[in-house]
Design a protein around this ligand. Structure first.
Ligand code: HEM
Length: 355
């Protein structure tokens, strides 16, 4: 091993300072350390997505006539195809769940404060791109539920000025059809992975350069219980998290398989209970609550303003940057979290009754 490492070191000597830095990098240990594993877990599930996605791509056919049949083929004929598909679907959900936990934990610990502002901004962009993955992937099986949910989802911008144009761009025409499938497919397997790789590289480079923060006041109060070496101790602990995540993923994929439903038929009426994936439920509920003249546009505006404020939090919260607690932002975070949880629950409760 050391001979191989030496061989590479002689050729890639420019990287030696980085390797030295990583050998010395330390991560503080304290009672909130648990929350620092979720970024790594998000990364783990993202890697699973890339690997399983590449394998699914060997059999998937992104056309209106063949997409559904190719899913049936993957599920029924390809050796372990059913497992691959289930892992891909579950890992997508777990990844987004991990990212939400990671985002809120870094928010409440005010990890976004100076000098980590761009870690927050790049992270938020990653979350948006991941939601884009979810949205574009939903249509790919070309089943009834996905078809009508995409119809509802792509219609949202219509109420905004110039929105009709945006709807056409999203759909590749006035209605959801084969063109939409091509569009969603190319976004899902080319554009979004490329963008995520770029932003992720920036996010993880910043993680390495700036190191891990400790919650405000912990150092001064003597609450840091020592330091873990990033390599190998913290990474090994991350590895334990990944093993647990993997076990959970396999359990869910085998015990709770996602149904494939029936093939989409654009001419049939929309079935009852059309709803997007759970991570869009909060926005979906907001749109339903604002069903009055001009209400939908108002909901979109409110949501956009909320998103921009959330993105710019590190630049607005000056107190945290001075290492002071900023209770107003903690309250803001609690309100945002409560809004997401309550609205998500409302959609869940309503649709459970429909079943
Ligand atoms: C694909 C998505 C993402 C991946 C793979 C990822 C990965 C990571 C990793 C491995 C760390 C270091 C360990 C940790 O603190 O958990 C980290 C730190 C951080 N991430 Fe992310 N992240 C992602 C998305 C996000 C999102 C959505 C946000 C917030 C909007 C965010 C904000 C941060 C911040 C502020 C830190 C610094 C934590 C500190 O040093 O205290 N990240 N990220």
């Amino acid at each position: 091993m050391s001979a191989v490492a030496g061989w590479f070191q002689e050729r890639f000597y420019v990287l030696n300072p980085i390797i030295d830095y990583l050998k010395h990098k330390e991560v503080p240990k304290h009672r909130l350390s648990f929350w620092y594993y979720f970024g790594g877990l998000g990364l783990f599930f993202f890697v699973i997505q890339i690997l399983t996605g590449l394998l699914l791509l060997q059999y998937y056919k992104p056309t209106e006539t063949d997409a559904f049949a190719s899913f049936l083929f993957i599920q029924g004929e390809v050796p372990f195809g059913w497992l691959l598909r289930q892992i891909h679907a579950w890992s997508a959900n777990l990844m987004i769940m991990m990212l939400f936990i990671h985002m809120f934990s870094t928010f409440f610990m005010k990890s976004y404060r100076k000098p980590r502002e761009l870690m927050w901004v790049s992270g938020f962009v990653l979350l948006l791109l991941s939601l884009g993955f979810g949205f574009t992937g939903y249509l790919l099986p070309w089943n009834e539920l996905a078809f009508f949910a995409t119809q509802v989802g792509t219609e949202v911008p219509k109420v905004a000025p110039g929105g009709a144009f945006l709807v056409e761009i999203l759909r590749g025409g006035p209605e959801v059809g084969g063109e939409t499938l091509t569009r969603m497919f190319s976004l899902h397997v080319v554009l979004l992975p490329g963008l995520v790789m770029l932003v992720l590289a920036a996010h993880l480079t910043l993680v390495q350069i700036l190191g891990t923060s400790a919650p405000i006041g912990y150092k001064e109060a003597g609450l840091i219980k020592g330091y873990d070496k990033f390599f190998p101790t913290f990474l090994a602990k991350d590895g334990i998290g990944w093993l647990i995540g993997f076990a959970l993923l396999i359990y869910l994929a085998v015990m709770f398989p996602w149904e494939i439903g029936v093939k989409a038929n654009p001419l049939s009426p929309a079935p009852l209970g059309i709803k997007p994936e759970w991570y869009f439920w909060a926005q979906f509920q907001l749109l339903k609550d604002f069903k009055f003249e001009g209400g939908e546009l108002l909901a979109i505006i409110l949501f956009t303003i909320g998103g921009v404020v959330w993105l710019l939090v590190p630049f607005i919260d000056r107190q945290a940057s001075e290492e002071k607690k900023s209770p107003i932002f903690t309250i803001f975070g609690i309100l945002v979290l409560a809004f997401l949880l309550i609205n998500t629950y409302r959609v869940y409760a309503e649709y459970s009754m429909l079943k």
